[in-house]
Write a protein that binds this ligand. Structure first.
Ligand code: ADP
Ligand code: MG
Length: 622
């Protein structure tokens, strides 16, 4: 019998290998952006056509390449970032395998232009199917431009596997956002089909987060920052009230590399546990830095999982850093008018802060750990005693320990089932009361009940009411549409148009009558009956605002997102004067809700003040 083993020709071997690195246009986006960052660029442009199927181009003002390097960089295992196996454990660059450009060149047509600062002329190279077609000197600005055209032109089977433009574009935006978040001190822009979708100026992490996730986060971010000899964490978490029913705005970076870790996510969720409803997800953008020697980054580049030496330490560290951050934010209530009402009524705040109490809280373990000059942070992996200390940090606190001043306030039980009876009772009381409600500062509604009074936040309460109404509309009975006398056209950014297209059926059920009209344009023929006419455009744009950040889970949760966005948009704002009748309606409808105690975003909707407690407060002279 003849021998049967063949060696594959280079270009086929390359194509197969490329399949692991370049799965879709977004993979190229990630690799090219990371190369630009590695090259020390400060301004990076991403240009996309046809969701990357036709073109993915990255232009940077980084180091540039020599003529030889420009040719070399397309070879497999060509990298300037490591020289020996030992370097692998000290990686600080994003790339190091020397695979990306080789892979891209194997499955697309590539044009490269690059020039170094001190070179007179730059280099132009054209390559496709791993074969260099042209190389010549050229005029070029300092830096590098790499254009990947017609991805998978030579592997039609893989081209057919690409998803719709909307789906591929969403992956691209995800990758873009991750890199932009990791490097806020660099300028990034994204242009798709000739339209600018994003432009981020250089700035602080906070500015970057706000420009990506929305201006409304500006006053809603809590700083997280802890340093130890073993690792550091910095970044932001959203205040509990910004938690959403959908995942999405959750970002972990280890040594500036975006990772997905359900384990670390769990640590964050745990730290938030008692401050938000159990089915909501807090925003976080967290950067963990540790010695590369403790991380195994030799996992595959396209995998976002990562292995750590000791995950438990990391878990404890992340959890306690966030608890600490949350505790600090809630401990300075007097200065913070934005404070969640759920927190304001905690014992810690409603009771006088005596010297005795001060001493007590200064003695708690978390307080000590984070204030005693970093001593407690030193984690020597060989010293078990320190590990025990960490356990103590994240183990359950003793009952009377006031470590973490955000227990579930007794009036805000977390589980909806357990609230029902309490709420019912309270509502019975309210209903039987004669006195009408009173508006306070055009923001709260004060309503007397038998055992005291409740203070309702008009906005949060109305948001809850609308949220449940809209959910019902999607599940059972669509909301009536009010046809507009003068249909308006609504011109949207391409990315926004994608979203609206996907949501059309749900929007219909919620009372919007929209009709696609050209690529990025819609005609608004009608709006939900309860929206004032004339506000059509603002109302849809407001909705979209919530969708500006894409996530891979967006699809599953888009209804939920839609409903929450609508509720938020259409809720009665603070500052609006209300008639007695309107106030009574809000109270009636609120207590008819299935979960009246929190807004969809996890904000409290009302606080109750009991006569007994008021008595006690007066007795204490508070
Ligand atoms: P890696 O990033 O893993 O080293 P790549 O295939 O992504 O591998 O890139 C190969 C090499 O090409 C890099 O190590 C770098 O020297 C060079 N290179 C790639 N992109 C750029 C760029 N935008 N500017 C300067 N040099 C670059
Ligand atoms: Mg690279």
């Amino acid at each position: 019998m003849a021998d049967i083993i063949n060696l594959l020709p280079d270009n086929i071997a390359n194509q197969i290998a490329a399949g692991e690195v370049i799965q879709r246009p977004a993979s190229a986006v990630k690799e090219l952006l990371e190369n630009a960052v590695d090259a020390g660029a400060t301004e990076i442009q991403l240009i996309i056509r046809d969701a990357g199927k036709e073109l993915v181009q990255v232009i940077d003002n980084g180091s540039g390449m020599s003529g030889t390097d420009a040719r070399m960089c397309f070879e497999r295992h060509a990298t300037s970032k490591i020289r020996s196996i030992d370097d692998l454990f000290q990686i600080r660059t994003m790339g190091f395998r020397g695979e990306a450009l080789a892979s891209i060149a194997a499955v697309a047509q590539v044009e490269l232009k690059s020039k170094r600062q001190d070179d007179e002329l730059g280099t132009f190279i054209e390559i496709d199917n791993s074969v260099i077609r042209r190389q010549e000197p050229c005029q070029a600005p300092v830096g590098t431009s790499i254009a990947m055209k017609n991805l998978f032109f030579n592997v039609p089977a893989r081209r057919n596997f690409l998803k719709s433009n909307a789906a591929e574009m969403r992956h691209i935006v995800d990758e873009f956002i991750r890199v932009a978040l990791a490097f806020p001190h660099l300028q990034f822009s994204l242009n798709s089909n000739g339209q600018q979708m994003f432009h981020f100026e250089k700035g602080s992490l906070k500015q970057r987060i706000v420009s990506i996730l929305g201006q409304h986060y500006n006053s809603k971010l809590v700083t997280v920052k802890e340093s130890t000899d073993y690792m550091n964490i910095h970044g932001f978490v959203g205040k509990p009230e910004t938690a959403k029913k959908t995942r999405g705005d959750q970002f972990f970076f280890v040594n500036n590399r975006f990772i997905k870790s359900s384990y670390l996510n769990h640590a964050v969720m745990n730290a938030f546990a008692e401050t938000i409803p159990s089915d909501s997800y807090p925003l976080y953008v967290l950067f963990i830095d540790l010695d590369p020697a403790h991380v195994d980054i030799n996992v595959h580049p396209t995998k976002q999982e990562i292995k750590f030496d000791d995950e438990r330490i990391l878990y404890a560290f992340v959890q306690s850093a966030i608890k600490h951050a949350l505790a600090q934010f809630s401990v300075t209530p007097a200065l913070d008018f934005d404070l969640d009402p759920g927190i304001q009524q905690l014992d810690a705040l409603t009771q006088p802060f005596t010297e005795e109490k001060k001493a007590q809280s200064a003695g708690t373990s978390i307080y000590k750990t984070f204030t005693s000059a970093n001593q407690a942070h030193v984690i020597d992996k060989t010293a078990n005693s320190n590990l025990q200390h960490w356990k103590e940090l994240y183990g359950p606190a003793p009952a009377r320990d006031n470590d973490f001043p955000l227990p579930p306030p007794s009036d805000f039980p977390a589980a909806p089932t357990s609230t029902a009876s309490v709420i019912d009772e309270r509502w019975q009381e309210a209903a039987h009361d004669q006195k009408g409600p009173v508006q306070v500062h055009q923001q709260y509604i004060l309503s007397q009940i038998k055992s005291g009074f409740i203070l309702v936040d008009q906005r949060s309460a109305h948001e809850r009411i609308l949220y449940e109404r809209y959910l019902r509309a999607l599940a059972e009975k669509p909301i009536a549409t009010q046809q507009s006398l003068f249909p308006q056209t609504l011109e949207l950014l391409p990315a926004d148009a994608i979203i609206v297209h996907e949501m059309l059926p749900d929007l219909q059920a919620l009372g919007y009558d929209l009709e696609p009209f050209g690529q990025h344009t819609f005609v608004v023929r009608g709006t939900p009956a309860d929206i004032q006419s004339g506000n059509e455009q603002a109302s849809i744009e407001g909705l979209l605002e919530q969708f500006k950040h894409f996530s891979t889970e967006l699809k599953h949760n888009r209804r939920e997102r839609l409903v929450r966005s609508m509720a938020r948009n259409n809720a009665i704002p603070s500052g609006k004067p209300l008639t007695s009748r309107e106030m009574q309606n809000i109270i009636d409808e609120l207590f008819a809700c299935s979960m009246p105690n929190v807004s969809p975003g996890g904000r409290g909707t009302f606080i109750s003040f009991k006569l007994n407690d008021l008595e006690k407060m007066f007795d204490r002279g508070f």
